[in-house]
Structures are given as structure tokens and as C-alpha cells.
Design a protein around this ligand. Structure first.
Ligand code: SAH
Length: 281
């Protein structure tokens, strides 16, 4: 859904957005920075959305997505954007983070705190280098920011390939969300001026599976693990979280995901006719 202009009153419902480009324009033709999507989850203050848009625009980023904002961009947002109106007008609003990242092939989540389960963690500079390297391909990538009070949940961070922590002093680590967007956007801008040869190489022959395809795989995997009594949903012991970390590290391509889905189907069919795997056997 488009948010429309600041005077547009049709901007109050959630729904699917659409591409910034007409259908006949290839994603390859988009400026590379347009494939780096900035996603704000559950933002409470509309002024912060405007300040984030301003931070983006100064650094050449344009694609803003809002997941369940408490308040849709309003006059305060436009005032705080200081002229980055276009970014607010074209912002896409989604109901879930899964919906927002569905087409992305690489997702980085920002967090002021380190979490209980170890996750690959990179510096802002490393993250920016990877975002730019990935965005030189055809598919979009995303950089995700949490809400002002509680940041991203563990589930939301589990959707990300890496976590990024902006270095701060230990006892005062939480930046204002728009300030965090500014730091990351600056690093992306600097990385975007680096020669392609100096950036990390993409390691896959085919096309990476998108976050949407990976989500279908994780649902399927969970379902089969429950069927086989390997996963007890009452006592999950972080199993799915750990498996997400494993497959996120591996980054299967589309073909590999199809193979894994086929194996799950076969395991499910075989398990249906037999005794289930027993953890205490
Ligand atoms: N109280 C929250 C902080 C929320 S600040 C917490 O403890 O997680 C809002 C958002 O700004 C965070 O979710 C994150 O996306 C970003 N942010 C703030 N400080 C950051 C830091 N030091 N490193 C990375 N991201 C940060």
C-alpha cells in the first residue's frame, strides 16, 4: 500500500505494497541502493519514521518499509523528514516482518543488546559491505530496525542472517532508532563507493532462496519434526532457532531448497507408516 501525500486521507490500512518500478523495468536497471530495503518494525513515534527517512535520503537509500507502525506517517513524520517526503510517500506498510522480507535474499537485523542464543554478529561496516555486495545482484536485501522500547524480538532476529551491533559504551548502548538508521545508512553509502572487486563475493552458483521460500521450508521442517516426534512443541529447546541459524549460515539456493523440501516430503511419508523416532530409544 502506498502512503500517498501528506494530505492524502486514504492511508490508514495495512496491505500489500507494490514495486517502485513499472513491470517492464528489470530489477537490474534499478539503482543498486534501491535494492537495500530499510525496514522499521513496530515504530512507536511517527517523528522517528520521518527522521529515519531523512537519514536514508542523505545517504542515497530510498526503499522504506514499515511493519505494524503504531501510527502511520503523519504531519509530524513529514516535518521530521525535512524534505524526504518522497521516501515517506512511497513507504510500504506490512503486517508482518515475514511479509516485508519475503523477496529478500539476505537480511541483517540491528540490535543494541546481545541475545541469549549466539548468532553471527557483524560490525556496521562488515554489514554494509555485504549489503552492497548482495544488492549488486538482482534480488533485494534488507536491514531491519526494532521498536523504540524493546527492539526486535528473538523471533524477529531469528529471521535475520546476521545481527549488527553499533559499537557504543557498555553501559549506554541504545541509540535513537533514527540515529541507528543514520549510522548504518552512512556505512552503506561509503561501501557503495568501493570498487565491486573489494566487496565480499557471492558464494552461490544459482539464485539464493528468498526469505519467503526459506520461511515455507522452516514451516515444513517444523511440521515434519513434530510428526516424527523429534520436536516437542511444549519443550522446543530452541531447536527451530538453532536450525534457522544453521540454514541461515548455509544459505541454500533455490534448487537446494527444493531438494530439502523433497526429502522432508519423503521423510513424512515414510514416518507415517512406522513407529516414530524415539528420543529415549
Ligand atoms: N531498548 C531497545 C533499544 C531500542 S532502540 C533494546 O534494548 O533493544 C531502537 C532500535 O534502534 C533497535 O531495535 C535497533 O534496531 C536500533 N539500535 C539502537 N541502538 C543500537 C545499537 N547500539 N546497535 C544496533 N542497533 C541499534
Amino acid at each position: 500500500m502506498w502512503l500517498g501525500t501528506r494530505n492524502d486521507t486514504r492511508i490508514s490500512t495495512f496491505g500489500h505494497g507494490c514495486s517502485l518500478l513499472p513491470d517492464h523495468v528489470s530489477r537490474y536497471a534499478m539503482p543498486m541502493l534501491d535494492r537495500i530495503h530499510i525496514i522499521l518494525v513496530g515504530t512507536t513515534h511517527p517523528g522517528n519514521i520521518g527522521a529515519a527517512a531523512r537519514a536514508m535520503k542523505t545517504m542515497g537509500l530510498s526503499h522504506l518499509m514499515l511493519v505494524r507502525p503504531k501510527v502511520l506517517p503523519n504531519a509530524e513524520s513529514f516535518a521530521m523528514s525535512s524534505g524526504a517526503d518522497d521516501i515517506l510517500q512511497y513507504a510500504r506498510v506490512c503486517e508482518t516482518l515475514d511479509e516485508a522480507v519475503a523477496e529478500c535474499v539476505w537480511v541483517a537485523g540491528t540490535s543494541a543488546r546481545s541475545r541469549t542464543i549466539d548468532w553471527p554478529t557483524v560490525t556496521p561496516r562488515q554489514c554494509a559491505g555485504q549489503l552492497v555486495a548482495e544488492a549488486r545482484g538482482a534480488a533485494p536485501v534488507a536491514l531491519v530496525f526494532g521498536c523504540e522500547h524493546s527492539g526486535l524480538s528473538n523471533d524477529e532476529l531469528g529471521r535475520c542472517h546476521v545481527h549488527v551491533r553499533i559499537p557504543t559504551r557498555d553501559d549506554f548502548s541504545s541509540l535513537n532508532i533514527a540515529a541507528a538508521v543514520q549510522v548504518m545508512a552512512y556505512e552503506v553509502f561509503v561501501a557503495s563507493s568501493v570498487d565491486a572487486e573489494e566487496l565480499p563475493l557471492s558464494e552461490v552458483a544459482g539464485e539464493y532462496a528468498t526469505a519467503g521460500e526459506m520461511e515455507l521450508f522452516y514451516c515444513h521442517l517444523e511440521q515434519v519434526l513434530v510428526e516424527l516426534d523429534f520436536l516437542d512443541l511444549q519443550q522446543p529447546r530452541n531447536l527451530m532457532h538453532r536450525l534457522r541459524r544453521l540454514y541461515g549460515r548455509v544459505r541454500p539456493d533455490k534448487n537446494e531448497i527444493n531438494i530439502l523440501r523433497g526429502i522432508l516430503g519423503a521423510m513424512s511419508a515414510a514416518g507415517a507408516g512406522r513407529n516414530h523416532w524415539r528420543r529415549d530409544a
